[in-house]
Design a protein around this ligand. Structure first.
Ligand code: ADE
Length: 244
C-alpha cells in the first residue's frame, strides 16, 4: 500500500515512521510512505499556504490551491489513492474505517493546520474527512500518524505470525479482555486461576466474559453495535441483575 502525506511539517513523521511495526512494514515492502511539503506546491515568492477567512473571525485558513496542486502531483505516483482530510470536523476514525482503508491500494492524507481548511478542499478534493477524537490538535499530523499506524497493523504480514489483529480490541466491537504475564503474584494480586489451568475452553469462556464486563463498564455504547451471541446477551443480563 502506498500512503502519501501532504503536510507543512514532514519532519514530524520521521521518528514515528522509523520504528517498530511501521518501519518493518516498509522494510518488507508492504507499505510505502511519501512525505510532501505543502509549501513546495505554492507559486508565490512567500510560499503562502494560508489566508484570512471571508466573513471575518480569528485565525487563518489553509488556501485551496496549494492543496489541489499537491494532490494532483502526488496522484501521478498513487493513481488509485483515496484522499483523506484530517480534521476535527470529520467522521470518527474506527477500527471498521481502518479496515476499509487497509484494503485500498493507496491513501493521500492531507494534514490541516491553523484554524482549518477552505471548505471547497473537503467537498471537491477529498473522499473522506476523518477525526481521531473529540478534541482539537494543533494540526492533522498526529492524526495522520494514528491513521497510518492503525492501517499498517492491518496489512497482511505486517504483524508477523505471532500476533493477529483479529484479537485486538474493537475487532469484534468489544474491548479486549485483561492479560497477565509473570510473576503469578504482583502487588499482592494473583493472576486469575483459570489462566493457569491449561483448560483452553474455560480460558476462552473467561476471556469472552471479561471482554463483556470491560466493555459494559467502560464503553457501554459499544454494546449496541457489537456482535453478540445469545450466550453473551444472557451473561450481560445476569451481570446487570447482580448489579455488577
Ligand atoms: N486536526 C485537529 N484536530 C484533529 C482531530 N481531532 N482529528 C483529526 N485531525 C485533527
Amino acid at each position: 500500500m502506498k500512503i502519501d502525506i501532504v503536510t507543512l511539517f514532514p519532519d514530524m513523521f520521521l521518528g514515528p515512521f522509523q520504528e517498530s511495526i511501521i518501519k518493518r512494514a516498509q522494510d518488507r515492502g508492504l507499505l510505502e510512505i511519501g512525505l510532501h511539503q505543502l509549501r513546495d506546491f505554492t507559486t508565490d515568492r512567500h510560499r503562502t499556504v494560508d489566508d484570512t477567512p471571508y466573513g471575518g473571525g480569528a485565525g487563518m485558513l489553509m488556501k485551496p490551491e496549494p492543496i489541489a496542486a499537491a494532490i494532483t502531483s502526488v496522484r501521478r505516483n498513487n493513481p488509485d489513492a483515496k484522499v483523506v482530510l484530517l480534521s476535527p470536523q470529520g467522521e470518527p476514525l474506527s477500527q471498521q474505517l481502518a479496515q476499509e482503508f487497509s484494503a485500498m491500494p493507496g491513501l493521500i492524507l492531507i494534514c490541516g493546520r491553523y484554524e482549518g481548511v477552505d471548505e471547497r478542499v473537503r467537498t471537491t478534493l477529498c473522499d473522506y474527512t476523518v477525526s481521531i477524537g473529540d478534541y482539537v490538535l494543533s494540526g492533522g499530523e498526529l492524526a495522520a500518524m494514528v491513521v497510518v499506524d492503525t492501517v499498517t497493523r492491518l496489512l497482511p504480514g505486517a504483524l508477523g505470525s505471532s500476533h493477529s489483529a483479529a484479537d485486538d480490541s474493537f475487532s469484534d466491537g468489544l474491548l479486549e479482555y485483561p492479560q497477565y504475564t509473570r510473576p503469578v503474584v504482583f502487588n499482592d494480586l494473583a493472576v486469575p486461576e483459570v489462566l493457569l489451568s491449561g483448560n483452553h475452553a474455560e480460558i476462552a469462556r473467561w476471556r469472552r466474559q471479561e471482554s463483556l464486563v470491560a466493555t459494559a463498564r467502560t464503553r457501554p455504547d459499544l454494546l449496541k453495535t457489537a456482535r453478540l451471541s445469545d450466550k453473551d446477551r444472557s451473561y450481560l443480563s445476569r451481570m446487570e441483575e447482580r448489579g455488577q
